[in-house]
Design a binder for this molecule. Structure first.
Ligand code: HEC
Length: 93
């Protein structure tokens, strides 16, 4: 019982934290893709409002090399383990 309460408390703290410091911002993705994934640089795609499953797949494809881009290949590695959180954040923008 205690464990369940602890997990519930921890996930509440985590979900509150993700509002302020989501992995998208923490990893510097906004530097290219813009705040909230709304890019203002023509050569960098906007990511806001994209289907989360699509974003997760692109990040994994960049990581595996199935999709090749020198810049994103490196950046996608940083997102390892946080693909879903990033994708959910972007889908909600
Ligand atoms: C230095 C600039 C730069 C940074 C920083 C960067 N990206 Fe990208 N990103 C790009 C470019 C350029 C592309 C287009 C790649 C291509 O042509 O295939 C791209 C493509 C993508 C795509 C595919 C979009 C689509 O519509 O298919 C996703 C998803 C993505 N980036 C997520 C991220 C995430 C998450 C981060 C942070 C971990 C990040 N990017 C950081 C430059 C950047």
């Amino acid at each position: 019982m205690k464990k369940i309460l602890l997990i519930a408390a921890a996930s509440t703290v985590l979900s509150m934290g993700s509002v302020q410091a989501n992995p998208y911002d923490a990893l510097g993705c906004a530097g290219c893709h813009g705040a909230g994934g709304k890019s203002s640089i023509p050569t960098y795609p906007s990511l806001n409002g994209q289907q989360a499953a699509y974003t997760v797949k692109q990040l994994k494809d960049f990581q595996s090399g199935a999709r090749k881009d020198a810049t994103m290949g490196a950046m996608a590695g940083l997102a390892a383990g946080q693909e879903q959180a990033i994708a959910d954040y972007l889908a909600a923008q």
